[in-house]
Ligand binder design. Structure first.
Ligand SMILES: Cc1cc2nc3c(=O)[nH]c(=O)nc-3n(C[C@H](O)[C@H](O)[C@H](O)COP(=O)(O)OP(=O)(O)OC[C@H]3O[C@@H](n4cnc5c(N)ncnc54)[C@H](O)[C@@H]3O)c2cc1C
Length: 468
């Protein structure tokens, strides 16, 4: 029986295994993931019920071929049974509820397993892999190794990188929290102000949780561009005219002027840019894949921020909460760049250059929480599996260090020698270099389904060969 190892059991790894089980693929699957986050990963194992999905219920099905699967599941729950289906379809559910949904999908897959699949979950971190033509050796942090015929790297979101400052030794401080997705980042607070570095979606969750903890001190946040997150303002609104004009091989410049033309039209009728930018969605991956490295790099340096603002929006009521905190003088949002951080008996002194007036300023806080977002450059990770994979020449990163160089048809990883591995695959966030938008459930559910289909066919054809 063929052995498949899946490194990471968040949404992507779990759904790949679920599809293999549901397809009755005759194989032996092992998923490596910490027991506390298995099936939920980083995103759907939040420490607070107040951390919401940023995508509406009707768009969060885990199954590409059954778009109402999550909505149907929610409507069956006692809390929602008597609610208006259309309202719930357009609402933003807690991420913890989505985690329960994924766990239930997993449990159902196991209980309906017809026995053709053998399934193991190993509660260990993978530290290294070694690949040859016949098998892959997976080594765990307990020093033990296992052999597989195929492996899928579904490692997902890495912890944020420490921002560059003059005195990086500060990062050893117990008052610095590099991982904002852990509850300890908002526990045992004093009255001293808290600084959040980064003004993205995780900053919003962190502010919400500081308030939930009844934190009375001031909350500061800082990022080079300040806070530019928008609320969802046009739920259900579809703009279709732009798509009619997208042509294969358009350059970045041509696409920008196309977008500008349609944003102008939308604005004439009282709409904002978001529906126009959303209408790129079905084409984004292809467009990105066909861009030259120079175009990708120009996008990253000049347009990434604007794109992120238009694409990654939050529920209106979360947005209003932040506005209220700002108006009450509890939340202070800065745009600027960190210069240095040091700690003494007064607290943590943060030196930064204010982007508005260019002046170097100082603030004193009691704790710093890093909300700068998942790190994608493996060389910047302090240690770990992906960093080892690059150092050991198993895989390479794209020029912009967004992910792993991969053949997007088969999801086979392309080794440093340029050859596509027939037995080593990756999906999820590791495809950002190839596809740019490879983060949301919308993208990952198709990848998990497609990869499991091709793994199931491989397993089937090889078993048939053995029998004949
Ligand atoms: C805070 C947050 C909120 C989000 N909200 C939404 C949302 O509302 N809607 C949406 O569509 N998308 C959202 N996303 C995007 C999200 O990334 C995807 O939806 C999806 O959850 C990613 O799943 P994943 O399995 O690829 O990665 P992850 O969820 O990161 O899971 C990867 C798993 O692999 C494990 N792992 C990694 N390396 C190893 C190793 N070496 N050995 C063993 N285990 C390993 C990790 O511990 C983790 O459990 C959010 C992302 C974040 C970070």
């Amino acid at each position: 029986m063929k052995k498949i190892g899946i490194i990471g059991g968040g949404f992507t790894g779990t759904m790949t295994a679920v599809h293999l089980i549901e397809k009755s693929a005759a194989c032996d699957i092992t998923i490596f993931n910490d027991a506390s986050t298995f099936t939920r990963g980083t995103a759907y194992n939040p420490y607070s019920d107040k951390h919401l999905l940023n995508v509406i219920t009707s768009k969060m099905s885990a199954y590409p071929g059954n778009s109402d699967h999550f909505l149907d599941w929610v409507m069956e729950r006692p809390d929602f049974k008597n609610k208006d289906r259309k309202l719930i379809a357009n609402a933003f559910m807690p991420r913890a509820l989505y985690g329960k949904y994924l766990t239930e999908i997993w449990d159902n897959a196991l209980s309906n397993n017809d026995g053709k699949c053998i399934v193991n979950v190993v509660n260990e971190q993978v530290t290294d892999i070694d690949v040859n033509e016949s098998f892959i050796t997976v080594t765990m942090d307990n020093g033990e190794s296992m052999l597989f015929d195929y492996c899928v790297i579904a490692s997902g979101n890495n912890v944020p990188r420490n921002p560059r400052i003059k005195s990086p030794e500060f990062y050893n401080s117990p008052n610095y929290f590099q991982n904002p997705w852990k509850e300890e980042s908002v526990l045992n607070l004093t009255e001293k102000p808290v600084l959040i570095v980064g003004n993205g979606l995780t900053m919003v969750d962190t502010v919400v949780s500081l308030v939930e903890q009844d934190f009375k001190g001031a909350i500061y946040s800082i990022s080079p561009n300040g806070f530019n997150i928008l609320p969802h303002r046009h739920i259900g609104m579809k703009y279709s005219k732009l798509a009619e004009e997208i042509k294969e091989g358009m350059t970045l410049l041509e696409l920008v002027s196309l977008a500008n033309k349609h944003i102008k039209i939308a604005r004439e009728y009282g709409f904002t840019a978001e529906p126009v930018i959303d209408s790129f969605r079905p084409y984004t991956q292809k467009i990105w894949h066909n861009f030259s490295d120079k175009e990708k790099s120009t996008f990253m340096s000049r347009l990434r921020h604007l794109w992120g603002t238009a694409r990654h929006r939050i529920p209106l009521h979360s947005y209003e909460k932040l506005q209220k905190l700002e108006a009450e003088g509890k939340l202070h949002i800065h745009s600027g760049n960190l210069i240095d951080i040091s700690e003494n008996s007064n607290g943590i002194e943060v030196e930064y250059r204010d982007r508005n007036d260019g002046v170097i300023k100082t603030m004193v806080v009691g704790r710093i929480i890093n909300c700068t977002g998942p790190e994608s450059d493996f060389s910047k990770l302090e240690s770990g599996f992906l960093k080892n994979c690059v150092e050991n020449n198993i895989l390479k990163q794209d020029a912009l260090k967004l992910g792993i160089v991969t053949d997007i048809e088969s999801y086979g990883i392309i080794g440093p020698d340029g050859k596509v591995y027939h037995n080593l695959f990756t999906i999820g966030g590791n495809l950002r270099g190839e596809l740019w938008e490879s983060t949301a459930v919308h993208d990952l559910r198709e990848q998990a389904e497609k990869l499991s289909q091709s793994l199931a066919s491989k397993v089937l054809s090889e078993s048939a060969e053995l029998i004949s």
